[in-house]
Design a protein around this ligand. Structure first.
Ligand code: HEM
Length: 417
């Protein structure tokens, strides 16, 4: 059994609200300690660029508790925000999409946007995912080395989400930059200030509104057109609703899948016997390998809910009105839910991970699309660059929200032409 990580910190000294936690090498040990000793804990909120400092938050770190908070959506609501800090009012318009809503409004909106993500829609873009992945791999193939994140992992989800939304090729690069600014909040490299965040949000929103209006007038074969036409019980999305959903999709669709693919590449380099097993039976092991990559990567570290009534979790009483944070990274390493959780195992089964959320009303809408992208990307990589491997340590994003890799060098033997 792979040893469970440890930390020298005392339980009382663990402050999950402190940004410093996210640069510590013993982060996994810290969560293991909380799972063992204090499965429900209270933390102060960090000061955050322009965000009002809130009253603090409760944390659940065990798989069972994360699932409960995720599934009981009448008690643990999203309408007051899904990140730790409350959104300043100026930003609500741009980020007030379905992820920050509750029933019945959330249910209605989700029904509308679901039309863009039915298995039929996802199957329809299968050919395009394959074609793009092949193009990406063939473009880098002669080089023998590159930055995996920008040239391989980010390129696929970016291109696919832009195609699905009907964003022209000439604008994809800008979408990449804007989503980096939004999710890079907190990392000094991106230096995101409140102003920069606002400017990025306004730019995306204006872009979305213009595109939405264009497609409402002249529909094409893309999700923007489906969404602008969709009608559920006489309701249509307003342009502003569409714009905040557009921002959610561009940001969620880009960063998460990119990081799953990057962490997957790192794990397949670090565990060569797992890589060999998958390469020897790609189709057979793909379903379990993909879920294991998402569990291992846990690209989204947390989401928050707010209590509508007093509850007790694992013996801890929590009053109505308080915030509660589900730590997916910790739930996905919970020794109570996974056999040998620190082992990367492409055959892992069962694998009830919470990488796409712990179940319930907000479960990731793009999960099937993401699975498809991860599968096709590794299939193309293994086929064309079978010895591709990570060199050195990845450059990690400094964030409590996104488990990100900013840069990661890979090398391979260029194929003979
Ligand atoms: C490996 C890739 C991905 C991961 C790890 C991931 C993770 C998540 C998580 C943790 C949630 C919150 C679930 C909850 O609160 O219960 C979520 C929600 C969501 N995701 Fe993903 N996601 C991924 C890819 C995508 C893609 C490709 C798209 C779209 C193109 C997408 C669109 C969404 C949307 C729209 C929601 C909000 C759903 C709602 O509020 O009802 N995601 N995702």
């Amino acid at each position: 059994m792979t040893p469970i990580p440890t930390t020298d910190l005392r339980t009382d000294d663990i402050q999950l609200g402190s940004p410093e936690i996210w640069s510590r090498p013993d982060r996994d040990g810290i969560f293991a300690k909380l799972r063992a000793e204090r499965p429900v804990s209270f933390h102060e909120e960090p000061e955050f660029i322009g965000f009002p400092k809130g009253p603090g938050f409760w944390s659940v770190v065990r798989h069972e508790d994360v699932q409960r908070v995720s599934r009981e959506s009448e008690i643990f609501i999203s309408g007051r925000g899904s990140n730790i800090g409350d959104l300043p009012v100026e930003l609500l318009e741009f980020f007030g999409s379905m992820i920050n809503m509750d029933a019945p409004r959330h249910t209605k909106l989700r029904k509308l946007v679901n039309r863009g993500f039915t298995p039929r829609m996802v199957a329809a873009i299968e050919a395009s995912v394959r074609q793009q992945a092949r193009h990406i791999v063939e473009t880098v193939a002669p080089k023998g080395a590159c930055d995996f994140v920008e040239e391989i992992a980010a390129a696929l989800p970016l291109k696919i989400i832009c195609d699905m939304m009907g964003i022209p090729e000439s604008d994809t690069r800008r979408m990449f930059e804007l989503s980096n600014i939004i999710l890079g909040v907190g990392d000094p490299e991106y230096g995101t200030t409140m102003d920069a965040l606002m400017t990025a949000a306004v730019e995306l929103s204006q872009y979305a509104q213009a595109l939405g209006e264009e497609r409402a007038a002249a529909p094409r074969d893309d999700i923007t057109s489906v969404l602008m036409q969709a009608d559920v019980d006489g309701d249509r999305l307003t342009t502003a609703e569409f714009a905040s959903f557009f921002i959610l999709l561009v940001v969620a669709g880009n960063e998460t899948t990119r990081n799953a693919i990057s962490h997957g590449m790192k794990a397949l380099t670090d565990f060569p016997e797992q890589r060999r097993a998958w390469m020897n039976d790609f189709e057979g092991l793909a379903p379990t390998a993909i879920e294991e990559i998402v569990r291992w990567a846990t690209p989204v570290i947390h989401f928050r809910r707010t209590l509508t009534r007093d509850v007790e979790i694992a013996g801890q009483k929590i009053p109505a009105g308080d915030k509660i944070v589900m730590w997916y990274n910790s739930a996905n390493r919970d020794e109570r839910a996974f056999d040998d959780p620190y082992r990367f195992d492409v055959r892992r089964e069962p694998n009830d991970h919470v990488g796409f959320g712990g179940g319930g009303a907000h479960f990731c809408l793009g999960a099937n699309l993401a699975r498809r992208e991860i599968k096709v990307m590794f299939e193309e990589l293994f086929r064309t660059l079978p010895d591709i491997h990570v060199v050195g340590e990845p450059d990690r994003l400094f964030s409590a929200f996104i488990h990100g890799i900013k840069r990661m060098r890979v090398e391979w033997t260029p194929p003979r032409r």
